[in-house]
Write a protein that binds this ligand. Structure first.
Ligand code: NAD
Length: 249
């Protein structure tokens, strides 16, 4: 991203330890932001600041399960107190528990909804309070192609991502009057640990659906998130930006 386009801004990024989240941290840091990186995996965040080329104090790692409502709310309050403003929230943490609908266990449904959707509600409610008071802020939710189109074997995941799109548009409508924006990015098939775990047959099917004929990279998603997080997108709210090699068109 353009150097200095995020200078002075404070961003919270969830699911920051690896994959797409790590690249979002890198992109925001390169634009000059201070990033509060949140993840379950403390060990995986140990090298984060160095790996993304952050200056001293530019990445502030916090170990947290974002489904913990009290914990996530307290973290936001602590960030607001420490940095005196919160400019960006990226609700990126997400999991899959795939399986065909008629065999899906309640626990797999509930876990995915809680991590992917409920955590974004908790985070948005918590930062919303501060952003409304500041009269500025940008929230970016990590949706998915599956949330737009549905996907066999992903009833829980697709429902969580479709729910995130509803949350995005509602947040955008409720907070626009206070100059707080909310958008979503909908990745297609991106090369990360999440997709590496898929069987080869599923990868082949996904690849055959991509007009640009290759998987995306975490950086492709991070650049779109950084654009929506920055003032470069100051007249954009309530949108779902597909970054998917043309799968959804
Ligand atoms: P990943 O599994 O590589 O990374 C997800 C990160 O979220 C991990 O670091 C994990 O520890 C963290 N996390 C999971 N549950 C958490 C919790 N309860 N609290 C805090 N942190 C938690 O996945 P990824 O591929 O980088 O995906 C990132 C986001 O992008 C997810 O929301 C995913 O649904 C979405 N997405 C990915 C793809 C893809 O093709 N990889 C496609 C569409 C959408």
């Amino acid at each position: 991203m353009q150097t200095d386009s995020m200078k002075g801004k404070v961003a919270i990024v969830t699911g920051a330890a690896r994959g797409i989240g790590r690249e979002i941290v890198r992109e925001l840091v390169s634009g000059g932001a201070t990033v509060v990186a949140v993840d379950l995996l403390a060990d995986a965040m140990a090298d984060l600041a160095q790996a993304v080329g952050a200056a001293d104090g530019q990445v502030d790692c916090r170990t947290l399960d974002v489904t913990n409502s009290e914990g996530f709310t307290a973290l936001v309050e602590d960030v607001a107190a420490r940095y005196e403003h919160i400019d960006v929230l990226v609700n990126n943490a997400g999991i899959t528990r795939d399986g065909l609908l008629i065999r899906m266990e309640d626990a797999d449904w509930e876990k995915v909804i809680k991590v992917n959707l409920t955590s974004a509600f908790i985070g948005t409610r918590a930062v919303g309070k501060y952003m409304v008071r500041q009269r500025s802020g940008s929230i970016v939710n990590m949706a998915s192609y599956s949330g737009i189109e549905g996907n066999r074997g992903q009833a829980n995941y697709a429902a969580s991502k479709a729910g995130l799109i509803g949350l995005t548009k509602t947040t955008a409508k409720e907070l626009a009057g206070k100059k707080v924006r909310c958008n979503a990015v909908a990745p297609g098939f991106i090369k990360t640990d999440m997709t590496d775990a898929l069987p080869q047959q599923a990868k082949d099917i996904a690849l055959s659906l991509i007009p640009l004929k290759e998987m995306g990279l975490p950086q492709d998603i991070a650049k779109a998130v950084a654009f929506l997080a920055s003032d470069d997108s100051s007249y954009i709210t309530g949108q779902v930006l597909s970054v998917d090699g043309g799968m959804h068109m």
